[in-house]
Every structure is written in structure tokens, then in C-alpha cells.
Write a protein of this length. Structure first.
Length: 346
């Protein structure tokens, strides 16, 4: 039987040492023996985002192993129908997501899908046979939500917490580790529990807000737990919210492992979602980033105008960030200044 391979599987194969590389490789070897393995232009395009050279992509996706098949026209219509259901159910995306095309392709042709993210396919293409890990990566928050205990050990990227004689390993951002006390002292960590095929992993945070940002960051393609922790090691939640509101890619790209493309996706895809997770006033001085032209010219001009009126850089940045949410894309500096002054007058 033919199998359509989801993009996340191809990424697993390309990144040796990734959490799911072994599982994805084993499944691919099984499928190569079982029938044709296919990709379509949507999958090829999603995978190619990570590379600058088409020859490198073709080397990783050789046509003698991954048969290329165009998206059937009926599948395009089926994807639109599924997307309409998604929107009626309250889905927030305004454009059709790649998974709708992939799922529709498999449904129309009668293919299976090899994937690690079956939720959307199960919801909108229930007839499609899915090949997934026995235990999918999940975030079961009711499993372990918080740890209260004493610090038994602090490592480079983890802390060992002793809770009544049972020690838990919690992986943390460098910022969280720096705020913990010394061995033997009490600590409290908000926990995000991940269940993988062969392991249970805990991630610890000083605040529930930091934990929410950890999850939100990973909703962006190309961002996993390691990169999300790197971002939170570099930026506080307030600084991160401010960088996203101001589309400040340079601030986000300071995190290890975050290149220009990932930084662009983070500030773009999270722009309209960050306010719900900010949880507090955004307070960060823009300093030289604005002077270097990292932020858009109208934003830089508006912040400068407010500072010239006597407001601090922090106050000006907060006000203009709030103004941008109201004004939307393309607002000129005059409108941003007017809205920013309204924010400051509240």
C-alpha cells in the first residue's frame, strides 16, 4: 500500500540525533519494503524551508526512494472543505494549513500517512489510515503539573528535585536554573510533562507564564523543546512578548540555535498570539536595536517621538507595542504615536 510521508518525519530523518530520528528511520525502512513511499509539492516545500540549496534537498529526498506526486485537483477541493469545517469549529488560522492538503491528498488517493502529529488528520480525514508512534508526543498537564521539594543536584541543563525521597529530573532554561537556590534548599517548579515513545521527560519553569511561552514557541515550525528553552534562556517572557510585538527578529535570534529564518517565523506567526501569553506589562528598553533599524521605520520613529516627549524608552516601547496591536500592519508613525499617547494616558 502506498504511504504519504509527513514533513515531520522527513525532518526527523535529516536531523541525526533528534528525539524521533530512530523511530522515524525504522518506520521508513519498513515502509520501503511494503510499497511506494510518496511526497507531494506541499511536503517538499515545507521540508525545503530549512535549506538554501535545492541540490541538498534533492540529495536528502532522492526520487528513487521518495516518489513525487502532484496534488490531485479533487484533493485541493477536499482540503478547502476540511478547512471550512475547521473555521466553523473556531479555528483561528485564516489560510489553509499544509496538513489539510496532505490529508486531502491521502484521502482522495487512498494512501496511508506516516506522521507524528495525527490530531488534525484524525479530526478532518478520519478515513485515512495513520501510521504513528504508539505513544505520541503529548502535553498531559494533569500528569505532573508542579514539583515541590528540595534541590538534590543542579546540572548544565537540568535540576534533580527530591520530593519525599523520589528524585525527578526536570530540564530547565539557563534563566530558571540561575534563579534556583543551592543544593539542599527548597524549590518549586511548574512542570510540563512530555511523553514520547520510549521516555517521559519533565521540563521545569519558575512561573506558569514561562511554561505557557514554552508551549507557544513550539507551535512554530522548526522549534522544539531545545530551541524553546534556548529562547527562554535568552529572553524573559516580557522581553519576548515585546520583541514579537515589535517584530524584532534580532532580539529573538540572539538565542542559540535560532537563525534568521526561525526568528522570522517566530515573530511573524506569534504576532497575534503573544498578547494572550504576556500576562504583564511589557518592559524592555529597545536601546541600539531600534537605532540599527531592526524594527520597522514607523515603529522606530514612534518610539523616538515618545522618548523626545519625556517618556522613558521602556514606557515608549510598551505604548507603541500596544499601539501596533490596535493599528495592525502598515500603520504610519503618526498613527502609532497617536495611539501610543492614548495608551500612556490610561
Amino acid at each position: 500500500m502506498a504511504t504519504l510521508v509527513d514533513t515531520n518525519i522527513l525532518v526527523d530523518l535529516a536531523v541525526v540525533g533528534s528525539d524521533w530520528h530512530g523511530w522515524s528511520r525504522r518506520k521508513m525502512l519498513e515502509l520501503f519494503k511494503d510499497g511506494p513511499v510518496l511526497i507531494n509539492p506541499i511536503i517538499y516545500s515545507e521540508f525545503s524551508v530549512r535549506y538554501d540549496d535545492v541540490d541538498e534537498v534533492d540529495r536528502l529526498l532522492p526520487q528513487d526512494e521518495f516518489r513525487r506526486e502532484n496534488l490531485p485537483w479533487p484533493a485541493a477541493f477536499a482540503a478547502a472543505a476540511a478547512f471550512r469545517l475547521y473555521r466553523r469549529a473556531g479555528g483561528g488560522r485564516e489560510r489553509i494549513l499544509p496538513d489539510f492538503f496532505i490529508g486531502a491528498h491521502a484521502a482522495i488517493r487512498g494512501y496511508r500517512i506516516l506522521t507524528r502529529d495525527p490530531s488534525g488528520y484524525r479530526s478532518y480525514f478520519p478515513s485515512v489510515d495513520l501510521i504513528t508512534p504508539k505513544r505520541i508526543l503529548e502535553r498531559p498537564r494533569l500528569m505532573i503539573g508542579k514539583l515541590k521539594g528540595t534541590i538534590d543536584e543542579i546540572g548544565e541543563d537540568y535540576v534533580l528535585v527530591d520530593v519525599h525521597g523520589v528524585c525527578y529530573v526536570a530540564y530547565c532554561s539557563a534563566r530558571t536554573l540561575s534563579k534556583l537556590g543551592s543544593v539542599g534548599e527548597a524549590c518549586v517548579l511548574f512542570i510540563e510533562t512530555y511523553v514520547r515513545e520510549d521516555q517521559l521527560r519533565l521540563f521545569g519553569f519558575m512561573t506558569a507564564l514561562e511554561r505557557e511561552w514554552f508551549n507557544l514557541l513550539q507551535s512554530v515550525q522548526g522549534v522544539g523543546a531545545k530551541v524553546a528553552l534556548a529562547v527562554l534562556s535568552t529572553l524573559t517572557p516580557g522581553e519576548l512578548a515585546n520583541a514579537i510585538a515589535l517584530q524584532d527578529r534580532a532580539a529573538v535570534s540572539r538565542a542559540p540555535g535560532v537563525g534568521p529564518k526561525v526568528a522570522m517565523r517566530l515573530v511573524t506567526e506569534l504576532k497575534n498570539r503573544a498578547p494572550a501569553f504576556a500576562g504583564e506589562a511589557i518592559n524592555i528598553a529597545l536601546k541600539q536595536e531600534l537605532g540599527e533599524g531592526v524594527a520597522a521605520a514607523p515603529v522606530a520613529d514612534a518610539v523616538s517621538a515618545l522618548t523626545n516627549l519625556g517618556y522613558s524608552r521602556d514606557q515608549a516601547a510598551n505604548a507603541i507595542a500596544a499601539a501596533m496591536k490596535t493599528a495592525g500592519d502598515g500603520a504610519d508613525s503618526a498613527k502609532l504615536i497617536r495611539l501610543g499617547l492614548k495608551e500612556l494616558a490610561r
